[in-house]
Ligand binder design. Structure first.
Ligand code: ZN
Length: 279
């Protein structure tokens, strides 16, 4: 029973602004996708947008149909391990070795990243996942050794801290990314590493309206807005990079509160990227 689509107005999570500049109203697959940009900090986000309940239903029952390609069903396909290998390579190039015993994959999908870590990083002994898709949860349950700690980060759950946390292409899906990262920060210790990758709104690719802008992406980060979001959640960047329209970074808990650097040009730069974009 798909819940009726009811659009809800929100405030910019970075500054509280409630009068963003609206860019488009429909996105990929012709679904509701009111892309807006905050005039204060250049944050691109959906406003208004679906309710939390509508999104939850979509992730549980409809997301796989739109977004999970047939290749993900084949555990022998190397494609399924490409993203975790890329993470490993990026950490390695920046002299950040994967150490520790416990790893949490937020938005773990079919669990392939955890399976790869299990087979390739001997020090890891605890493999945990947060995932909403019932199909994926069943797949992970069949692969012994993966602990499902929640089907939604926003729900209450108990867990000890992790040495390494992966949030690959998930932060752009949350209803409140600062709250999500604060929850993640509560699962970290001083030496824990958090890897985040999101689509880079300063370097989009494909057709904006029929590919890049999509209902499931409630936020579209640039380096500036990702750092501002992380700092507000008590996380400091160790390294940050952008390749092939993907913005990524490794973060640690911050020992002191770092002020968010104000850059009044972000809004203008971000708007120019969108208005001047040609596929
Ligand atoms: Zn704002």
């Amino acid at each position: 029973m798909p819940i009726a689509e009811q659009l809800i107005r929100i405030q910019c999570p970075l500054c509280g602004n409630s009068t963003p500049v609206e860019i488009v109203q429909k996105g990929q697959f012709g679904l509701d996708c009111c892309v807006s940009i905050c005039p204060n900090d250049g944050l691109v986000y959906l406003n208004p947008r679906w309710s939390k309940e509508r999104y939850h239903y979509f992730y549980q029952h409809e997301y796989d149909h739109y977004y999970r390609s047939p290749v993900t069903h084949d555990p022998n396909s190397e494609t399924n391990y490409a993203s975790i290998k890329k993470i490993y390579q990026r950490l390695d190039l920046n002299h950040l070795s994967l150490q520790g015993e416990s790893v949490l994959d937020v938005g773990a999908g079919m669990g392939y990243s955890l399976i790869w870590l299990k087979n390739n990083i001997p020090s890891f002994t605890r493999f945990s996942a947060i995932e909403s898709s019932e199909y994926c949860l069943n797949h992970m349950k069949q692969h012994g050794g993966i602990e499902i700690i929640a089907n939604d980060l926003d729900k209450d759950f108990e867990s000890s801290a992790f040495d390494f946390i992966v949030m690959r292409h998930v932060l752009e899906h949350f209803m409140d990314p600062i709250r999500a990262l604060k929850k993640i920060a509560s699962l970290m210790q001083p030496d824990s590493l958090l890897y985040i990758a999101v689509p880079d709104m300063m370097h989009p690719k494909g057709d904006l309206q029929n590919y890049w802008f999509r209902t499931v992406h409630t936020f579209y980060f640039s380096e500036h807005t990702l750092l501002a979001t992380a700092l507000r959640a008590g996380l400091n960047p160790i390294v940050i990079g952008s390749e092939n329209s993907e913005l990524w970074g490794v973060f640690k808990l911050s020992s002191s509160s770092v002020p968010v650097e104000k850059d009044n040009n972000v809004m203008a730069k971000q708007l120019a990227v969108i208005l001047n974009y040609h596929q």
